[in-house]
Design a protein around this ligand. Structure first.
Ligand SMILES: *Cc1c(COP(=O)(O)O)cnc(C)c1O
Length: 247
């Protein structure tokens, strides 16, 4: 093991505590303004590019949910964190290749990025012998641009239509369909994106009443996502600092 598993330095701990206090107060304010119960919104700390020591420090500060977007990085980090005796709820939020499904289901509690029937089936196979079902969100495309990923609302496309993907998840014994996830499309005002997402989610819940989770909003736009019903906000840079590389 490397230095990354060591306890964080006091200055880093103070930095994380400060970031967390700010994000928590932004979430409190957004819930108050939206007239929503604070308990309805879960903050996922997106720890990609940051070491296991940061995860341990955040867990020590009371953060229960962590997000990662790359299997190789996440698998190693989750193992390091587990070796330290800490077991956060791990959310896989990134684009996922089918050949990584087997690895991801070993440490993830939730996958937010199921966006094709083929991926849903790969996860279904991989979760066949899990003890606990894997919670799964279908990632939807808000602008309907298939090229940028996300299942297509209102489309019967057997490979990537929202309903076919949701059915593939719902039919898998090892998975539980819990809701929808989306990222605001490039070039869209967050207002417009999350208003559209709220409509998609309303229609979706009419068909899948148990699928109440809505994963939307990142550091720059989570207040708006909360106004439009987000139950899970995915916060990286506002908590941990700017990442050295954009991804
Ligand atoms: C990196 C990432 C986030 C967090 O982004 P920040 O702007 O750093 O808060 C949220 N969601 C997804 C899918 C991401 O990849």
């Amino acid at each position: 093991m490397t230095d990354s598993s060591a306890t964080v330095r006091p200055d880093r701990h103070a930095e994380l505590a400060g970031g967390l206090a700010q994000v928590r107060s932004r979430i409190d304010d957004a819930c108050a303004q939206a007239g929503r119960d604070r308990a309805e919104v879960t903050m996922i700390a997106v720890t990609k590019t940051y070491p296991a020591s940061d995860v341990l420090a955040l867990a020590g500060l009371g953060v229960t949910d962590m997000g990662e977007n790359r299997d190789q990085e996440a698998a190693g980090k989750a193992a390091e964190v587990a070796a330290a005796g800490v077991r956060p709820r791990w959310h896989f939020i990134g684009q996922l290749q089918r050949n990584k499904a087997r690895s991801v289901v070993r440490y993830a509690d939730v996958v937010h990025s199921v966006d094709s029937v083929r991926l849903a089936r790969a996860l279904a196979t991989a979760t066949a012998d899990r003890q606990e079902p894997l919670d799964a969100l279908v990632q939807v495309s808000i602008d309907g641009d298939a090229a940028r990923g996300g299942a297509l609302p209102g489309s019967a496309d057997p490979a990537a239509g929202l309903e076919p993907v949701a059915e593939a998840v719902a039919d898998a014994p090892g998975m539980r369909l819990v809701g929808l996830m989306a990222v605001a499309p490039l070039g869209w005002e967050p207002e417009r994106a999350f208003a559209r997402l709220a409509e998609i989610a309303d229609a979706f819940r009419a068909v899948h009443p148990g699928a109440t989770a809505l994963s939307a909003g990142m550091s720059g736009d989570f207040e708006i996502a909360i106004r439009y019903g987000a139950t899970h906000v995915r916060v990286g840079s506002a908590l941990l600092g700017m990442r050295p590389t954009l991804r």
